[in-house]
Design a protein around this ligand. Sequence first.
Ligand SMILES: Cc1ncc(COP(=O)(O)O)c(C=O)c1O
Length: 411
Amino acid sequence: MPMPERGRPWPEIAAEMQASRAADLDWRHARHGAYVWYASDELEHVLREAFGMFLVENGLGIRVFPSLGRMEADVLESVAGLLGGDATTPGIFTSGGTESIFLAIAAMREWARATRHPAGPPVVVAPHSAHPALDKAAHYLGLVVRRVPVGPDYRADPAAIDAAIDEAVIGLYASAPSYSLGMVDPIVELGAIATARGLWLHVDACVGGILGPFVRELGYPVPPFGFDVPGVTSISADLHKSGFAAKPASTVLFRTADHREFARYTFDDWPSGTYTSLTFTGTRPGGAIAAAWAAFQFLGRQGYRELAAASMRARAAIESGLLAIPGVRIHGEPPLYAFAWAAEGVDMGSVARALAREGWVAGRTTSPEGIHVMATPIHERYAPEYVEAAHRAIAAARTGETSTSSRAAYN
Ligand SMILES: Cc1ncc(COP(=O)(O)O)c(C=O)c1O
């Protein structure tokens, strides 16, 4: 619509906005397998209040908003503590996984420029399971991504990764966990390769970075993926995913301050002096920094441990319900709350479409064919409904309803 000539009262606007949500994904009833991380009404209230309190402040001006600077530093230190770092571990508070990965890859490129002279475009080697944010970053930064098939366990295959390294390669990329199948790559082995070959290793822990360490603390066998692993150079960990903070918020941490400096952009040939920034974005929402800080204070380690436990209970409830359906299996052995499942001899595109008709947003996986689940605390309560819907969707697919779309789409 064109901009209205005259404004309208807020209650009228709010009513219209509420009504416009009718066809939106019903995340309050856990119909989501992506996009939304919701913990509780209490936390939602805290996030709204904190975001609103700093709605107008701008994270670009950390010097004039020391409150934001302090909260940002606190959040980064907390995340570093979860990921095998400490108060000296340098980080950047960003707008999301894509920006965190962009900055890590940008820093990797500048580091390589300073330390070696690769012939031709620099190459990053990654397992086929890597998130497209890597390729997006490479696209903008003039890098090439060399994707290598995963092993039979759907995790990065260290031998194949090693074999793909030549003199053009500047770094490796791995996930903890991968988006599609929820696999944590063998970071210890990849760290050893990175060390032996003198490469940068970025760990994409956008999904697992905050809650994964708590799942491990609860006794689940979560393989190491932090700075305690030799060879890990940078890690991205999203606050707006398993940190249950408000969007847009993520972190990227670096092994040393020198590594982080490679992410910095500085310019001064313009009429206002030196412009320097560690982020891709200029203006940054103060509200997102404040909400992330408030989430950490409100939940504390105990709160995150409970969210981790609830997420794993939700996964178990969905998984056991699905496995009771004849022919259903889980792909591989994903150690966290993300996984994908498939039903034998059934077109999973049809199953996904049948689920979607009932309001469940089911992302598809293609290699192997399946349906993606990202279990969060709220999914525990709705697991039986999801399983029943999956039952019906599989039955419909078995009786001949076929998918009209052969393509899986991420968004
Ligand atoms: C493993 C992984 N990495 C990176 C991203 C990108 O994060 P964002 O959408 O916050 O930019 C995602 C998003 O789902 C992801 O799952």
